[in-house]
Design a protein around this ligand. Structure first.
Ligand SMILES: Nc1ncnc2c1ncn2[C@@H]1O[C@H](COP(=O)(O)OP(=O)(O)O)[C@@H](O)[C@H]1O
Ligand SMILES: [Mg+2]
Length: 384
């Protein structure tokens, strides 16, 4: 492979109004103008980055497969933006490498990377109309006016705004501005698309529409995409795989279904979806756990001994009327097809249990109930 800056793995910055230091910046690492936009493989290898006393990335390892939409999910401050900025070229790791299609791009400076920026907050050039915003990167590349306008119109069509080319940003809604920003990021035929919380500033309905729109486009174009979000629903609904980050490290990277059903750590279990904690006691050297008058196998292995919390999803809590357990329904929340009960155990533990609304109708607040769990392996964590 060549190390020429114009090669597929080189990257150069497209200036943006907020500048490359904006921390909520999606970017596109672009292929050469002549290249195809088939997806690249991206690898983060042992990325470490500190800012003074803060460790932003603490040995991040992650591979994004060609054509995949991978969501980087985690709480604020866990290092998501820093990871994206490393790929865009705005940040250099203290150690570790960024590879694109196997080529080390870690030390390629930002100004030699083709990065189309989209921001969480709208970042279009206010003095340029939509068409010229989209064509901006092409102009920087000295693409002729006719060709870049043709290409910009093609992209406006792609993002569903074919008649909006002459409008200025202040004449566009937030959602439309983000579509234009997306078109701008795609104009240089990116092989990797980086989106940093691009929907956070939009209202709920627009956000849902754009979710689907981005996903459709991404699949149509086959672009490897890193999508940063702190919103688990956004991650689970859009991504092929979700990488959950915590304190500068990757906790688990899996399909949404796997992540939900088989969280690898207590952090993932509680960050993704709703989770109950029920006190239990480990038995048989940690192979089983006793709770609610049951003995259940422990999922995986644990170093813990004796007192633990068992992690259980609300839909896996079984509730039946009566029995001598001493649990009581203390509240109900109607959710449509299902109803969420709050149940208090004799020891004071409050649980959430999701039942079909039909079944829940038999268990109004005040009903004495018995809580049990299905005979399946359960996750345990240290007692809180
Ligand atoms: N340029 C910087 N200077 C100082 N601290 C920074 C800088 N960039 C990021 N950090 C810190 O590194 C941590 C990770 O930040 P960031 O990657 O932006 O997290 P996220 O995007 O997940 O919210 C945070 O504690 C943040 O304050
Ligand atoms: Mg961020």
């Amino acid at each position: 492979m060549t190390t020429d800056p114009a090669s597929a793995t080189s990257v150069a910055a497209v200036p943006s109004p907020a500048g490359p230091t904006d921390s909520s910046a999606p970017a596109a690492v672009a292929a050469p103008a002549t290249g195809s936009s088939t997806g690249a493989t991206v690898q983060f290898v042992g990325l470490r980055r500190t800012f003074g006393a803060t460790t932003a990335l603490d040995g991040l390892d992650l591979t994004v497969n060609p054509g995949e939409l991978l969501a980087l999910l985690g709480p604020s401050g866990c290092g998501k933006t820093t990871a994206l900025r490393m790929l865009a070229g705005f940040e250099t790791p203290d150690s570790g490498q960024v590879l694109v299609d196997g080529e080390d791009v870690t030390r390629i400076p930002a100004h030699r990377r083709d990065a189309g920026m989209v921001f969480q907050s709208y970042s279009l050039f206010p003095h340029l109309n939509a068409r010229d915003n989209v064509a901006f990167g092409l102009k920087m590349r000295k693409t002729g006016k006719v060709e870049r306008h043709r290409r910009a119109d093609e992209l406006l069509e792609l993002v569903g705004l074919p008649t909006h080319g002459d409008r200025y940003p202040h004449q566009l809604s937030g959602g439309q501005q983000q579509r234009i920003a997306l078109a701008r990021a795609l104009a240089l035929q990116p092989r990797v698309l980086l989106l940093d919380e691009p929907l956070s500033a939009l209202d709920a309905k627009v956000r849902l529409n754009l979710r689907e729109e981005i996903r459709r486009l991404q699949q149509e174009l086959g672009i490897t995409t890193l999508f940063v979000t702190h919103d688990q629903e956004e991650a689970l609904s859009m991504a092929d795989r979700v990488a959950v980050m915590h304190a500068g490290r990757m906790e688990q990277c899996d399909t949404p279904a796997e992540l939900y059903a088989r969280p690898a750590t207590a952090f993932v279990a509680e960050f993704v979806g709703t989770m109950n904690r029920i006190p239990g006691a480990l038995t048989e050297g940690g192979r089983t756990v006793e709770l609610l008058g049951q003995r259940l196998p422990v999922d995986g292995t644990t170093e813990l001994r004796a007192e633990v919390d068992v992690l259980v999803r609300p839909e896996n809590v079984l509730v039946t009327a009566g029995g001598g357990q001493g649990a009581v329904v203390t509240g109900t929340t109607f959710l449509g097809a299902s109803t969420r009960l709050t149940v208090q155990l004799p020891d004071g533990t409050a649980l959430k249990a999701d039942l079909s609304t039909h079944d829940a109708a038999e268990l109004p607040a005040g009903t004495g109930v018995t809580v049990s769990l299905p005979e399946r392996p359960v996750l345990v964590d240290s007692r809180r």
